[in-house]
Design a protein. Structure first.
Length: 416
């Protein structure tokens, strides 16, 4: 086993007040942010509405787009430019329209209005259909009707359907759904000068392309939000029962308190930095719950082992030694995981950014909460119950006997 630290001797319980103070500060700052902003900022998955992802050939004309939306009565819609360090110059924006009414029918109207604004504002004057917006079926029918390869009547439908799929793949996969020149299709299998000439004659290339459209009804969003809350609470309750059965109920309560603390602080950071809560973020939070709980259980298990081996030592001393013995493992595991999710946050793109941010913050908070929140809660509980009765270094046989009996009780509790 790799050891980063050789025989560390850190008084973690003595420093627990600093961890608790830090947690209180972070919880307070996050609570103030949530109060000022009126709660968490939910994504389209939970609040209901329409998201339209649009890519432009040049720098997105945000002001022009905003004016076009306002002219159609969509002045309250949001426009967010997507910045991705892995694809500089991607020129993408997300147009969001929140669904405020309870009627599902208005969702399609909002989507249609946004698409109409894009067409009127950036559609140009060409009467030809836009190749960037053409679907595979329509493109295959056009190629078959023109018989641009001169295949005759037999088998042309399947051959041209395959050619249309090849053209769409180059457009969507290699050029992110936006062609700027017909010559870019030369890499598609089967495309030659005859095909390009036919496409130039009958199609135009617009200045934008709609990459994706997401529509979620308000009722569905409310149900998803409720299910996400229940999923998190069920996970915490299940872990409480497991740890209470595996160790003792105070261990389970301390671990669940620490994980609940991790989730609250992570949500506070989301509020501070204006990240949206989506279904992928809920997945990240549930991942964080399991990760933080695993780290806490490792420390609890080492405490249980040391209680059987160090019966004459005070409980706080046993706890400090247990944390120090698992310190290299904690730093290696958490450090490597943190590097992985940090790279995912920096280079994973806009779709994964919220997910990776939740894990990045959660791993840091979850690691220190295992040491600075969960374990001190157990120590403070036993001190309050009077189980920890003898300080370290007492040499009287009576005190040692009392200490030995107390640690025996703790060890017996750990065996449960």
């Amino acid at each position: 086993m790799i050891e980063l630290f050789r025989a560390p001797n850190i008084n973690w319980i003595g420093k627990s007040k600093y961890f608790i103070a830090l947690s209180l500060i972070l919880l307070l700052v996050g609570g103030i942010s949530l109060a000022q902003k009126g709660g968490l900022r939910y994504g389209i998955d939970f609040r209901g509405g329409t998201l339209v992802y649009v890519r432009f050939t040049q720098q997105p004309p945000i002001d022009k787009l905003r004016q076009g939306l306002a002219a159609r009565g969509l002045g309250e819609s949001t426009i967010q430019e997507i910045r991705d360090i892995t694809r500089p110059g991607s020129n993408e924006v997300v147009i969001g329209l929140e669904q405020k009414s309870g009627e599902e029918a208005t969702l399609d109207a909002g989507k249609a209005t946004i698409l109409a604004v894009l067409k009127d504002t950036f559609g140009g004057e060409s009467a030809k259909p836009d190749l960037n917006a053409a679907n595979v079926t329509a493109l295959g029918e056009f190629l078959a009707r023109r018989d641009v390869l001169g295949l005759g009547a037999s088998g042309t439908a399947d051959r041209y359907a395959e050619l249309a799929r090849a053209i769409a793949d180059v457009r969507d996969k290699e050029h992110s759904g936006l062609l700027t020149n017909f010559h870019e299709l030369k890499t598609a299998p089967g495309v030659d000068d005859r095909v390009l000439a036919a496409l130039r004659e009958s199609y135009s290339l617009g200045t934008y392309a709609v990459r994706n459209v997401e529509v979620v009804g308000p009722k569905v969003g409310a149900q998803l939000r409720q299910q996400a809350i229940f999923a998190t609470l069920y996970a915490l309750a299940g872990m409480l029962v497991y740890i209470a059965f595996r160790f003792e109920w105070v261990y389970g309560s301390a671990a669940v308190l620490a994980v609940f603390h991790d989730v609250l602080i992570t949500l506070g950071f989301f509020s501070l930095l204006n990240f949206e809560i989506s279904l992928t973020v809920i997945a990240a939070l549930l991942t964080l719950v399991g990760y933080s709980m695993n780290d806490t259980i490792v420390i609890f298990d080492r405490i249980r082992e040391n209680l059987r081996l160090m019966r004459r030592e005070p409980f706080a001393t046993i706890v400090n030694r247990s944390i120090n013995q698992t310190l290299s493992r904690t730093v290696l595991t958490s450090g490597l995981t943190f590097i992985t999710v940090l790279v995912l946050f920096l280079m994973g793109g806009a779709v994964l950014r919220s997910f990776a941010f939740a894990l990045t913050v959660g791993i840091v908070v979850g690691t220190y909460s295992s040491v600075g929140i969960a374990v001190p809660v157990v120590v403070f509980w036993y001190r309050w119950r009077g189980v920890h009765v003898a300080p370290a270094g007492v040499s009287s046989s009576g005190s040692r006997a009392a200490q030995s009996e107390a640690n025996s009780r703790l060890a017996a509790a750990g065996k449960r």
